[in-house]
Design a protein around this ligand. Structure first.
Ligand code: G2H
Length: 249
């Protein structure tokens, strides 16, 4: 039985007071769920989020981290710094990091390796761009993103990997992949992992869908057999919407 997960990627939104207020609202509205619920505020608000959620089952993730242990990397944050404030989940490879900050599969492979070595869980994001889908290259693009960043990991490491398929054309655009498109790609991802490793690893990894998930489309997407939850951006910034999406799992 795979873990169902609903994660909120807050991106560069919410100051400290707003972070605390949103988490208080969310805690009060959290539906009865067996899903693992994760929120991902900005770096500067992670410690405040952890404090706010001390008595909660809601977990906290960072949106990025550096691969190095420490050193002269101005503006960067290490795994140890996150672990020091009890944050042991990190989102890596979001398309905004790839597009605006030049993150490549090769760089992401290093970041994932560090996260695994440090005992952290990684929510690894990937997905094709619109031109890839239009030219029918979406499967090969996704396959190479997985291969380049993850397929050097050993089988044990996959216990710490959560995948988030986020087609770039559906991110923050209001455009969502249809439940059928999501299912088709998630099944392909599982098949690709089964070929590279084995069926049990493919069966056990949680694969989230991300890209304009909203309360009104969440249950259709989550109903698909290979979709194990969602990575939610815009709709995770409002407690009513995020609670409704969690209830849809
Ligand atoms: C995709 C998603 C969260 P949104 O980036 O990672 O954001 O739900 O706003 O499309």
């Amino acid at each position: 039985m795979r873990t169902k997960i609903v994660a909120g990627n807050w991106k560069m939104n919410k100051n400290m007071e707003e972070t605390e207020a949103l988490l208080a609202e969310l805690s009060a509205k959290l539906p009865d769920t067996k899903a693992q619920v994760i929120v991902s505020p900005t770096f500067v608000n992670l410690a405040a989020a952890k404090r706010s959620l001390q008595a909660s089952t809601i977990q906290v993730a960072a949106q990025n981290m550096h691969f190095a242990e420490s050193g002269a990397y101005t503006g960067e944050i290490s795994a140890d710094m996150l672990l020091n404030i009890d944050v042991d989940i990190v989102i890596l490879g979001h398309s905004e990091r790839r597009a605006y900050f030049g993150e490549t599969d090769e760089l992401l492979a290093k970041k994932v390796k560090t996260a695994i070595e440090k005992g952290m869980k990684t929510i690894f994001c990937f997905g094709e761009e619109l031109e890839d889908r239009k030219s029918d290259n979406h499967f090969s693009v996704v396959e190479s993103q997985l291969k380049n960043a993850l397929f050097d990991l050993d089988a044990e490491a996959w216990k710490s990997i959560i995948l988030a398929y986020e087609p770039v054309w559906a991110i923050g655009t209001g455009e969502t992949a249809s439940p059928e498109q999501a299912q088709e790609m998630h099944a392909f991802i599982r098949k690709t992992i089964a070929s590279a490793y084995d069926a049990s690893i493919a069966d056990e990894v949680s694969i989230l869908y991300g890209g304009s998930v909203k309360p009104d489309n969440a249950s259709d997407i989550f109903s698909k057999p290979d979709v194990d939850g969602g990575l939610i951006g815009g709709a995770s910034l409002k407690s009513d919407d995020f609670a409704a999406i969690i209830a849809a799992i």
